[in-house]
Write a protein that binds this ligand. Structure first.
Ligand code: CMC
Length: 430
């Protein structure tokens, strides 16, 4: 195909901008040299219309509600893949053979323990500490034990760090929870698989034996797989941005965890449940009154778990979770009034002109919390579960970023609109 260009006409001058061609989806108008040739920059708050990278990891068609990792549909992966399998797919670029997967699982298993000194680190947090704060702090803290792997240009060091982070994240998450309920930390068990081991560390106590329920293990696996990557979302862009300064993988992932915590991103799964609970608790609240609040331009309230920067259709992950939630609730024998409210709220929103015009549909966070809740996870752990799931995505995007010859330190421009050239006024004259 002949090389394509876009023409930009501005202030009486013409600029020819090269096109970065995709395999599928939107092309990119390359404006990298625009400032050098014109003196001006582009303006795009939230980078809603800017591609910061070329990527081979995840493809989304937001209008059609399509999500694929390395070319495989999310629906197929959720139905068939184990979490470590999808982590391998994202990090290594291909589905593993059985031997490769077994070796990979063994490698991860070897690193599930935290350095014993980390216990004191957990002890130092107040009991009320949000587990996302502990998760991000502990991720940074464990970097201090592995400083020999910090060189971002060393591919072998990346592999070592990635396996360690994958192995230790469930241990950190479970210990953050044990800390919050004042219970002893439970050590990993290497005879269990990745998800079973996490459930064991979360829910076992030293005083009794704990059998992992296969229904719960399967559900957590599906949830982790559904969260594994989502191209250039806020936390992934953060991981790439921090990594672009050549900060180490642990520090970059720690920053990603912080970005995920926000209620407009991964923190939404906690907020959805809190929102549904207020409807149950308040006799005057109905699905309609909540929708009315969400539509009110003078009320900052938003319908949590609704809307998405990229999907202008039903989020395919939410579609999987909606039908899966019915199965899980039935399997664990729970009838949750919040689930009924959620379905009522969804229907009311999908029939409302405000939501129809703006193409606002349920996103992954709308139903994930209801399943986590049915599986007995406390609400404040929901975003931590999202983080464990998203970890392979963050790390594969970090790796792709460090290997891309186009990568430069992330350093956006601005358009200055403040005062200039003011004379300093001594403090006594102000
Ligand atoms: N409730 C009510 N109105 C909404 C909502 C919502 N949940 N989401 C978007 N809108 C409105 C918004 O007010 C705007 O209206 P108008 O054009 O009249 O100003 C319009 O829809 C477009 O919204 P936007 O804020 O420009 O969209 P965005 O792409 O900047 O934001 C979002 C995307 C996900 C932050 C936003 O939809 C939102 O705040 N949703 C609620 C929080 C949430 O569920 N977050 C989870 C996102 S998915 C998983 C993840 O990334 O973690």
């Amino acid at each position: 195909m002949a090389e394509r260009h876009a023409q930009l006409s501005f202030d009486g001058k013409e600029y020819e901008l090269p096109i970065v061609e995709p395999t599928i989806g939107n092309a990119g108008i390359n404006i990298a040299k625009l400032r050098a040739t014109s003196g001006d920059v582009t303006y795009d708050p939230g980078f809603a219309n800017s591609a910061g990278a070329r990527s081979t990891i995840t493809y989304i068609d937001g209008a059609a509600g399509v999500l694929q990792h390395r070319g495989y549909a999310i629906e197929d992966l959720a139905a068939n893949a184990s979490f470590l399998e999808i982590a391998y797919l994202l990090l290594r670029g291909k589905l593993p053979t059985q031997t490769e997967l077994d070796d990979w699982a063994d490698e991860v298993r070897m690193h599930t323990l935290l350095n014993e000194e980390m216990k004191r680190f957990f002890d130092a947090f107040p009991k009320s500490a949000h587990p996302m704060a502990i998760l991000s702090s502990a991720t940074n803290a464990i970097s201090t034990f592995y400083e020999e792997y910090h060189d971002p240009t060393d591919a072998a060091a990346f592999d070592e760090s990635a396996v360690r982070l994958l192995a230790k994240m469930p241990t950190i998450a479970a210990w953050a929870y044990k800390k919050s309920i004042g219970m002893p930390y439970i050590y990993p068990r290497n005879d269990l698989n990745y998800v079973e081991n996490f459930l064991h560390m979360m829910f076992a106590a030293p005083t009794a034996s704990y059998e992992v329920d296969p229904v719960i293990a399967k559900a957590v696996n599906v949830l982790f797989v559904l969260h594994a990557d989502h191209e250039q979302n806020c936390s992934t862009a953060t991981v790439r941005g921090v990594g672009s300064s050549q900060a180490n993988l642990f520090a970059s992932v720690g920053a990603g965890i912080d970005a995920l915590w926000g209620p407009l991103h991964g923190g939404a799964n906690q907020r959805v449940i809190e929102m549904l609970q207020t409807i149950v608790d308040d006799p005057d609240a109905t699905a309609k009154s909540v929708i009315a609040r969400a539509k009110d331009p003078n009320d900052p309230f938003r319908l949590m778990g609704f809307g998405h920067r990229v999907y202008k259709n039903y989020d395919p992950r939410a579609r999987v979770l909606r039908s899966y939630a019915d199965d899980v609730l039935a399997a664990v024998g729970i009838k949750d009034p919040l689930f009924d409210i959620a379905k009522e709220l969804e229907q009311a929103a999908l029939e409302d002109d405000y939501f129809i015009e703006r193409k606002l549909f349920p996103n992954v966070d709308f139903y994930s919390g209801l399943i986590f809740r049915a599986l007995d996870f406390p609400t404040r752990m929901f975003t931590v579960l999202f983080a464990i799931g998203r970890l392979p995505g963050w790390m594969s995007q970090w790796k792709e970023m460090t290997e891309d010859p186009d990568t430069r330190i992330m350093r956006p421009r601005q358009i200055y609109v403040g005062d200039i050239n003011k004379a300093y006024v001594p403090i006594e004259d102000r």
